[in-house]
Design a protein around this ligand. Structure first.
Ligand SMILES: *Cc1c(COP(=O)(O)O)cnc(C)c1O
Length: 392
């Protein structure tokens, strides 16, 4: 009798990669006597600024706080409208509400799964103050057209680039890193992102004045005068990053080129495996290959769209079957306008048809730097088997 083969290890959809030197450095911060915001945060901000071509950068406790501060720097408040997408982490829309403005949700382009810039133009009103595009899975929108629209209508842009560290925009002027140009650009360093602080975020700004305002808004609005004087002109939040978290980020930043390159290799392995296992013939939609339109993704996620309406049990049945086969998957994201809070604000099924269909079918497959070269083949093989069984 043959030995039963050991089951393959469970594949989560993502897992952070923290090296031993970073773990040791976190220990040194904890032992140093200074564990909250201090020299590590400043060093992290300086290195990020260098990454983004010398633009001012400030760090925050998370990407959500970063976006809220960005909206406040842009002067967005009650009576204002901000145009964004329904296929995003709900933080994007929540922060617009948090500053008292109205999130105007428009439909996506089903090919890129990003906000449709045609829909953005159609939604602009005299109350529109800002545009808030999201680069889902790290894929930028058409950056030239985005900023043309903003300039034409005198709008601020707050880029939710939470997933887009090291993504690029290639046009006639060359290949520019997201964050190194544009208006206010917000990143997240939450545990699942391509580089992480466990929790954290940063905002890239235009001027030293904006950076000074960001510092105040992240710490209660406090302005210090001399050794013992302080004042508050505009109250702020408690959004500062700690040196413990910054030490993790400082350990990750030098790995960024390798992280992006490894993700590129794994994404290509997914495209090859998807072709081998006939995913398209089963009605499974693949992501747009990188640089089809000048948008170069960092492959933050590799996402397929399932033909969920033609599968017995829908996407949930696929996820359960893959889990039983040792494969973790995720949903990023259900269309947020169908959440109870947003329905209460008047949003309904049928208003954003592409977002609704993608929101029901989108599935994030495992992709992280320590994935083995053979894993994409295993994932696509199991996905094909499961979908063949469940197709009506
Ligand atoms: C992660 C993420 C955020 C929020 O970042 P946090 O650091 O978790 O607060 C916002 N928008 C998108 C698209 C994200 O992926």
């Amino acid at each position: 009798m043959s030995q039963p083969t050991a089951p393959a290890a469970f594949l989560p959809f993502t897992r952070p990669h923290i090296d031993a030197a970073t773990i040791a450095e976190v220990g040194r911060v904890l032992a140093s006597g200074w564990i909250t915001s201090g020299p590590r945060v400043q060093a992290f901000e300086q290195q990020l600024s260098a990454l983004f071509g010398g633009r001012p950068v400030r760090a925050f406790s998370n990407g959500t706080a970063t976006m809220e501060v960005a909206l406040r720097i842009a002067g967005v408040g009650p009576g204002d409208e901000v145009i964004t997408t329904a296929i995003t982490w709900v933080a994007t829309a929540n922060v617009i509400g948090a500053v008292g403005a109205r999130a105007v949700l428009v439909d996506i382009d089903p090919r890129t799964r990003n906000i449709s810039l045609d829909a953005v133009e159609a939604a602009i009103t005299p109350r529109t103050k800002a545009l808030m595009p999201v680069y889902l899975s790290g894929l930028p929108v058409d950056m030239d057209r985005l900023y043309d629209i903003a300039r034409q209508h005198g709008l601020r842009v707050i880029e939710d680039a939470a997933q887009a560290i090291d993504s690029r925009w290639a046009n006639g002027q060359g290949n520019q890193r997201i964050g190194s140009f544009g208006d206010l650009v917000s990143f997240s360093f939450q545990a699942n992102k391509n580089i992480t602080c466990a929790e954290g975020g940063c905002l890239v700004m235009n001027t030293p004045d904006e950076a000074e305002l960001a510092e105040r808004l992240r710490l209660q609005g406090v302005v210090r005068h001399g050794a013992d004087g302080m004042d508050v002109v505009t109250p702020g939040g408690k959004f500062n990053l700690t040196d413990i978290n910054a030490a993790i980020g400082l350990g990750q930043l030098p790995l960024l080129p390798q992280i992006t390159a490894r993700r590129q290799v794994l994404a290509q392995a997914y495209f090859d495996a998807a072709a081998r296992h006939g995913l398209a013939a089963l009605g499974i939609e693949l992501p747009l290959p990188s640089n089809t339109t000048g948008a170069i993704t960092n492959w933050h996620m590799f996402q397929v769209v399932l033909p969920s309406d033609r599968l017995n049990g829908g996407r949930a049945a696929v996820m359960d079957a893959l889990k039983a086969a040792g494969i973790g998957t995720g949903v990023h994201y259900p269309a947020l306008h169908l959440f109870t809070h947003y329905r209460a604000l008047g949003w309904r099924e049928g208003m954003l048809p592409h977002s609704e269909r993608i929101g029901r079918g989108i599935l994030t497959l495992p992709l992280f730097v320590d994935l083995a070269d053979a894993d994409p083949d295993r994932v696509c093989r199991e996905l094909a088997t499961v979908c063949k069984t469940l197709l009506k």
